[in-house]
Design a protein around this ligand. Sequence first.
Ligand SMILES: C[S@@+](CC[C@H](N)C(=O)[O-])C[C@H]1O[C@@H](n2cnc3c(N)ncnc32)[C@H](O)[C@@H]1O
Length: 620
Amino acid sequence: MPGESHADVPDAVPLQVAMEASALVTSNGHESSPSEPAKTLTCSECSKTATVVCGGCWIVGFCSRDHQLTGWTKHRPKCRPWRVSSSLDLGRFMVATRDIAAGEVLMKDEPLLIGPKMMTEPVCLACYRPVNGEYICQDCGFPLCSSDCEGTDDHEPECRAVQDSGIPVKVSMFGEVNSMYECITPLRILSLREKIPSLWNKIMTLESNCDMREGTEVAAITQQTVIDIIHNRLNLEEDYNTEVIERVLGILDTNAFEIRLPDSSILGVYQKGSLLEHDCIPNTHRTFDADLNLIVRAAVPIKRGQHLTSCYTESLSTTGVRQEHLRSTKYFTCACKRCRDPTELKTFTSAMKCSECVEKQEEEAKQKRAAERASRGRGGTRGAKRGGVASRISQFQSGAQGGSSISQAEEETVKGPWIVPQDPLSPSSTWACLSCGNPANDGYPERMTSVMQEEAEELEEANPSVEACESFLKKWDNTFHSNHATFLNIKYVLLHLYGSEEGYELEEMTPIHLARKEELCQEVLKVADVIQPGISRLRGSVLYELYQALFYKTRALSLVGAATSEQARRMAMEALTALKECARVLCYEPEVQPEGQLGLEAKEEIKILQKWIKEEGWKY
Ligand SMILES: C[S@@+](CC[C@H](N)C(=O)[O-])C[C@H]1O[C@@H](n2cnc3c(N)ncnc32)[C@H](O)[C@@H]1O
């Protein structure tokens, strides 16, 4: 159109280039290739033979750049770098139609419906802040935060249903899960059938897994709670039969996203977002904006033809836990490359230690040390052994020179003394040691893992301290791999406590404690880089802590003259690299979230750190 700005119109890609890339994708053997632009592709403006395709989607053709520009207003709402495909195994899924850069927005999706979580403590049914019963809705009795939240559209369905039942709700326990809330989000969906049929129809297109859900424990539990409340407490049996409620429950189980708000979490149902396939190593990253739109970005570069994936489960958990969660709530067995590999891509996040092999290795190491001592006694280097603090500080300095305290982990091979499931996709798999091949006793890994897991949960709930976390790790160190998911969760807590707990404030921390903080950050990051690569909140928040550990370490060692200026410069540059990566990774997080705030702080601190490095006189 004359005078219209074309600043946001994607490039025109010559048809030949698009076709060659398409052939490349197919010949590279990616799981699925995008629909190749047909040789007879026509211009979507004038129907002449196309010579270019839109560089935003690589799907729609034009005869010229001019027609691409004139057609942009029409094409723009549909222009996206992915298309929907389907298969028998996966149902519908999304495939990249062109190469996508990390950070690129793949979709912005408005919520079809928002509601409280099924298992929630009482929250305001309009703004979702936790409530204490001081204010209740005059019409239905559900607690709200104030009169401002009364009469909102969101709260209308349950409010009307309770009013029609003639018996107001009475919530008397606060701060703990209340079963009355389980029916609210399902009821909000059900009410759309009459109120907004177009929205209802969209929600009904989502996968419900109803046939798989039937007869399961999850279905039995919801029968007792949700269906009973809707039928018997709210007298809505004639409006909503069991079948339709179960379908809605299935849709919620399968598709609802949990949205973190500053003081609570809620559920959101999204149409496009629901088509993302699961992978335990996702290639997309999601956030929610202030209007609760779902924003999905590429977490890593994505190649044309690759599926777009998201992680439906807790990625910092063992294969057994992830598989069980996916089977019982999403009704499929994940066969991603992490799940299929007993070592989980050498992260060993489910592995136990084989005590016999460890003892054997320790004995061999002892004999090797003794032999070395004997050879030193015959004229080798004298006084090489330095114990305790001195050795930790020297380790700490060598870290600054490019060595790493986790180099042992670097050398880990799939032949280590690690007990892993032989068939990780089977819940009844046998476990065996990768080194000696001996199988573990039946059920032993599962029992030990759940005992440790329970203890870790108690620890996390009890406001843990540095001391408590360290003794937990020490207690289980002989039984589990140091990258076990439960260890990593405790290490994540611990690396934050070093630097914040009273007595461990950053300014006060000893070099040894700073070294420990750095070591913990490196250990968690090393796994996070594999299981949550690229743009990830986990990586971002650990990188910030790593920057702090490195910065204070540099300062502490420089102050006491324990680092040469070259070493100090190198450590400071490492701190700067961690900080820059942290800012890059967290720049997409909403400001209302702690990670968003951390990203902003990181951005500011980059300038301060650069100034400091300059003032210290180190070149960079
Ligand atoms: C949120 S939906 C994804 C969209 C869905 N495929 C559809 O057609 O509507 C989740 C469901 O998709 C299927 N699914 C997603 N990821 C999968 C995967 N990695 N392997 C097998 N099935 C998967 C499962 O049926 C799962 O319950």
